[in-house]
Design a protein around this ligand. Structure first.
Ligand code: ADP
Ligand code: MG
Length: 763
C-alpha cells in the first residue's frame, strides 16, 4: 500500500514507490493539496518549505503554533482566538494565576481560600435540586483523614453520573469554600487514578500538572487548562533557549532585574522558592523583570522621539509683549500664579530654536483658554499664524467666542472654520487663512486637518479635552514647517499615566483655580427621591437660576439615548414643569440649531436645558447653578467631573445631583462617592484609574494607550520610572544607539514598537 503519512508539523512521509512515480528525490520538499477527492503532490518551490523547516529547526520565535508537534489545526485555531499565533505570542501569554500543587494535602487539613490538591475515593454522587430550584450535582469523596463535598452547578447530570462512579479514585484540585461548619469544593479539577495505582507515582509521572506550583492560563471556549498547560510547556521547553537577552546586565542589575529569557522561564515554570501570593499578584522578580523589559522599550521609544524633536530645527520666537501686555491690561482679573508659571514655560519653549512639544494639563475652569491665547499672541507678534483645534464644533465655537472677544480689541484677526461653512463664506475664510490675513484659525480637528492651507503656521494648539490622539499632532505639524505644538487637556492625568502616554511631550500643570470659585456641592440621589430632585429644580428656578439635566450617551445606541433625552425633555416640559421653559440640546442637531439652543439658554430664555454629553465640553453659563445627571453610574468619574464643571462658574453656590437607580454595586457606589468627597480633578482621576484601570479610564482604543502584555501602569509605577531613567541613561551614553549593544536594542525596539511610534525613521 502506498499510504502517505502526514504529521502535524506538515512533514510528509512518502513511500519510495510513489516518489519514483512522481519523479521526486527523497529530500525534495513536497506540497500536498487536495482537489476535493484526491490528494495532489507537487514538488515545492525549494525555498518555501525548507525555510519553515529551518525556522523550526532554528527554533525561530516567529514560527506559527500550528507547526509545533502535537498542535493540529483545531488547537491552533483555539489558540489564535487568544491571539496566540506564534511561539513568541505563546511565550508572552502569561498565566493569570497559579496553583500550589507541590504536595497532596489530607482532606482534614485543607485550608479554605486557596487551591490545593487532595486525593480520595468517591463515596456517593447525586444530582439534587435545592430549595431555590437550583440543580446541583454533589459528590462525596473521602480519604484516610476525612471527607469532602464536591459540588457542580449547571452540570450535565447524566454525564456526571456516568463519570463519577462510586468507588472511583482520583486526585482533585480545587478551593475549599466554607459556610460555617460546612466545607465544600466547587468545580474541582480531577485526575482519575487507575485501580490500585499509587498516587505519588501518578503525580510524579505528570510534572506538568503536579508536584509544583502550576500555572493557570487564560483559556477560551473549547480550550482546556490541561491542553493549554501542555502546549505552553512544550513551547517553553522547545523555544525558551532561543529568546534573545537583548538588554545588557548593566541596565538590569542596578535594580536586580533578570534577563528576559530567565524571567520568561520563571513565570511559566515558577522556581521552587517562589511565593504563591507574589506570583498571583505579579510581583515576583520574574514578573517585575518582564514589566521592566516592556516599559524599557516603550520609554526608549518615547525618549528617542523627544530627542528627535529637540534636535529638529524650529522657530525661535521672540517675546515682544506687543499683544500679550495689552491683553493683560484689558483683562478684568490677574492671571493666577499657576497660569503665569505655565505661560513662562511655554514662552521659554517658543523662544528656543527647536519645535515646542508641550502638554498643558489643567482642571476644568483653571483658565487654559487664556494661557492658550497668550501663547497664540506670542506667535502672532512674530508674524506667524496659529491654529487652534477643538474636539467638537460646540467647543470650537466657544473658543472662538472667548478669543474673538479679546482679539477684536487687540486688532488681531480670528477666523472660525466650521463644517457647516458653505459656499462663498467658506471660500473667503479659506482664502484668509491661505494668504495670511487670518492670524488665528479656530476649528475642529477634522476641519483643520482636511482642507486648510496656511500661509505661515507657527503654532498649533490642540485642545484634547479628554480625548487623546497621537495622530492629530502629527498632521498638524505638517501644516507648517516644524511649528510649535501645544496640547491642552482638561482631564487631569495621573503622573505615571501621563509619562507613559506622553513621554515625548514636556508637561505643564495649571494646578490652581482662579480665586472666588465656590466648590460645587455634590450629592448622590437614588431614584426613589426623584421628586425631591424636581423640588430642588423648582426652587432653583424660582431664584432665577438655571438648571442642566444631563443624559448619558452610550456608544452602542446613540439613537435610543437620543430618544431617552428627547422624551425626558418632553416629559419634564409637559408633565413636571409645565410652567417652566425646557430646552433640548444633543449632538444630532445642526450647528445652527445647537447655537440657537445655547444662545437662548445663555440669554435666560430657557430655565432647564436637557442635554446629552455634548454639553460636557466648554460651555460657560455662569447663571446655571444646578446640574442633575441622570444615570450617573454610567459615566466615568473624570467625565462626571468635567460635566460638573459646567456649573459653579459664577458667584452663586452651585449643586450637582448624581441620580442613579436604586441598586449599585459596591464598586459602583464607591466610585460615585468619590465625587461627593472631593472636587480635586487629580484625586478623582487617580480614583478612577484605580477602580477602572487605564484602558477604561481613557475611554480605551482611541486613547493611544500602549497595550502592555505584562506591565501594569497601576501596579508597576515605580518600575516605569526606573525604565524611563534607564532608557534616558542609555541615550546619554549612546544617543544614536550606534554601539553594538545599542544596535541590538534599537532593532528590538523597532521590531516591537516601530509602527506604533513611527520610529522606523529614527536615526
Ligand atoms: P478651562 O478651559 O481651563 O476649563 P477657561 O479658560 O474656560 O477654563 O476659564 C474659565 C473661566 O475662568 C473663564 O470665564 C475665564 O475667563 C475665567 N478665568 C480665566 N483665568 C482667570 C483668572 N486668572 N482669574 C479669574 N478668572 C479667570
Ligand atoms: Mg476651556
Amino acid at each position: 500500500m502506498n499510504r502517505l503519512i502526514i504529521d502535524h508539523s506538515g512533514a510528509v512521509t512518502i513511500p519510495a514507490a510513489v516518489l519514483d512515480k512522481l519523479g521526486l528525490q527523497p529530500d525534495d520538499a513536497v506540497n500536498v493539496e487536495t482537489n476535493g477527492t484526491e490528494l495532489v503532490l507537487r514538488k515545492a518551490i525549494p525555498a518555501a518549505v525548507p525555510s519553515l523547516q529551518q525556522s523550526i529547526a532554528r527554533k525561530n520565535l516567529t514560527v506559527g503554533m500550528q507547526f509545533i508537534k502535537g498542535i493540529g489545526p483545531k488547537l491552533a485555531e483555539l489558540l489564535a482566538k487568544r491571539d496566540i499565533r506564534t511561539v513568541e505570542d505563546a511565550l508572552f501569554c502569561l498565566p493569570h494565576r497559579y496553583e500550589d500543587r507541590r504536595s497532596l494535602v489530607p482532606i482534614r487539613q485543607l485550608k479554605p481560600g486557596v487551591s490545593q490538591v487532595f486525593q480520595g475515593t468517591v463515596m456517593s454522587a447525586n444530582g439534587v435540586t435545592t430549595k431555590g430550584g437550583r440543580k446541583v450535582f454533589e459528590v462525596l469523596v473521602q480519604d484516610d483523614s476525612g471527607s469532602m463535598l464536591l459540588k457542580w452547578f449547571h452540570a450535565n447530570a447524566v454525564w456526571m453520573q456516568r463519570t463519577w462512579k462510586v468507588g472511583r479514585r482520583g486526585v482533585f484540585t480545587g478551593e475549599v469554600t466554607s459556610f460555617g461548619f460546612q466545607r465544600e469544593v466547587h468545580h474541582p479539577d480531577v485526575e482519575w487514578l487507575e485501580e490500585g495505582a499509587d498516587v505519588q507515582a501518578v503525580m510524579a509521572a505528570d510534572p506538568v500538572n503536579f508536584g509544583r506550583i502550576v500555572p493557570v492560563y487564560p483559556l477560551t471556549e473549547g480550550l482546556h487548562q490541561k491542553s493549554m498547560r501542555k502546549v505552553m510547556r512544550q513551547v517553553v521547553d522547545g523555544f525558551l533557549d532561543n529568546v534573545e537577552n537583548v538588554l545588557p546586565t548593566s541596565l538590569l542589575s542596578p535594580h536586580g532585574y533578570l534577563p528576559l529569557r530567565e524571567a520568561l522561564g520563571q513565570v511559566h515554570l515558577p522556581p521552587a522558592e517562589a511565593q504563591l501570593a507574589d506570583l498571583n499578584e505579579g510581583r515576583t522578580p520574574a514578573h517585575r523583570s518582564l514589566a521592566f523589559d516592556e516599559f524599557f522599550y516603550w520609554e526608549l521609544g518615547q525618549a528617542l522621539k523627544k530627542r528627535g524633536i529637540a534636535l529638529e530645527e524650529g522657530i525661535a520666537f521672540q517675546v515682544t509683549h506687543r499683544y500679550t501686555k495689552e491683553l493683560a491690561r484689558l483683562l478684568p482679573f490677574q492671571l493666577t500664579a499657576a497660569q503665569r508659571r505655565v505661560l513662562a514655560e511655554i514662552k521659554e519653549d517658543m523662544m528656543a530654536p527647536h519645535p515646542m512639544h508641550r502638554l498643558v494639563q489643567g482642571d476644568v475652569g483653571s483658565g487654559k483658554t487664556l494661557v492658550a491665547l497668550m501663547a497664540a499672541l506670542v506667535a502672532v507678534e512674530n508674524g506667524y499664524q496659529v491654529a487652534i483645534m477643538a474636539p467638537t464644533e460646540i467647543l470650537a465655537e466657544q473658543h472662538w467666542h472667548n478669543i474673538h472677544h479679546w482679539c477684536e480689541q487687540l486688532g488681531v484677526s480670528v477666523v472660525l472654520l466650521t463644517a457647516g461653512l458653505k459656499g462663498a463664506a467658506k471660500k473667503e475664510a479659506l482664502a484668509q487663512v491661505a494668504d495670511g490675513r487670518a492670524a488665528i484659525v479656530i476649528g475642529t480637528h477634522a476641519v483643520i486637518q482636511d482642507k486648510v492651507e496656511f500661509q505661515r503656521l507657527g503654532l498649533g494648539i490642540v485642545d484634547e479635552q479628554h480625548r487623546f490622539g497621537v495622530l492629530q499632532r502629527g498632521i498638524l505639524k505638517k501644516k507648517g514647517t516644524n511649528p510649535d505644538i501645544l496640547v491642552m487637556t482638561a482631564t487631569p492625568i495621573p503622573r505615571t499615566l501621563a509619562m507613559t502616554l506622553f513621554g515625548d511631550l514636556s508637561l505643564s500643570v495649571i494646578d490652581e483655580l482662579p480665586p472666588g470659585r465656590t466648590p460645587i456641592d455634590t450629592k448622590i440621589y437614588f431614584e426613589s427621591r426623584r421628586n425631591q430632585v424636581y423640588d430642588l429644580i423648582r426652587s432653583e428656578v424660582a431664584q432665577e437660576r438655571q438648571v442642566y439635566v444631563i443624559y448619558p450617551l452610550v456608544e452602542e445606541s446613540e439613537k435610543s439615548d437620543l430618544k431617552a433625552a428627547s422624551q425626558m425633555a418632553e416629559h419634564l416640559q409637559l408633565e413636571i414643569f409645565p410652567g417652566l421653559r425646557v430646552g433640548l440640546l444633543h449632538g444630532r442637531l445642526k450647528p445652527e440649531e445647537k447655537e440657537a439652543v445655547m444662545a437662548s439658554f445663555k440669554n435666560r430664555e430657557l430655565d432647564i436645558l436637557v442635554a446629552t454629553t455634548v454639553i460636557e465640553v466648554g460651555i460657560d453659563v455662569p447663571n446655571a447653578t444646578l446640574m442633575v445627571i441622570e444615570h450617573s453610574e454610567r459615566f466615568g468619574l473624570s467625565q462626571l467631573h468635567q460635566l460638573r464643571g459646567r456649573v459653579g462658574r459664577g458667584a452663586h453656590r452651585s449643586r450637582c445631583i448624581l441620580l442613579t437607580p436604586g441598586k449599585l454595586s459596591e464598586d459602583g457606589e464607591r466610585r460615585l462617592r468619590v465625587m461627593e468627597s472631593t472636587s480635586d480633578g487629580f484625586r478623582i482621576a487617580e480614583a478612577d484609574l484605580e477602580i477602572r484601570g487605564p484602558g477604561d479610564f481613557l475611554g480605551t482604543r482611541q486613547s493611544g494607550m500602549p497595550d502592555f502584555r505584562v506591565a501594569s501602569i497601576l501596579r508597576d509605577g515605580l518600575i516605569l520610572e526606573q525604565a524611563r531613567q534607564a532608557a534616558c541613561g542609555l541615550l546619554e551614553h549612546d544617543g544614536a544607539l550606534a554601539s553594538s549593544e545599542g544596535q541590538r536594542i534599537k532593532a528590538e525596539l523597532i521590531r516591537r514598537w516601530g509602527t506604533r511610534l513611527e520610529l522606523a525613521g529614527v536615526a
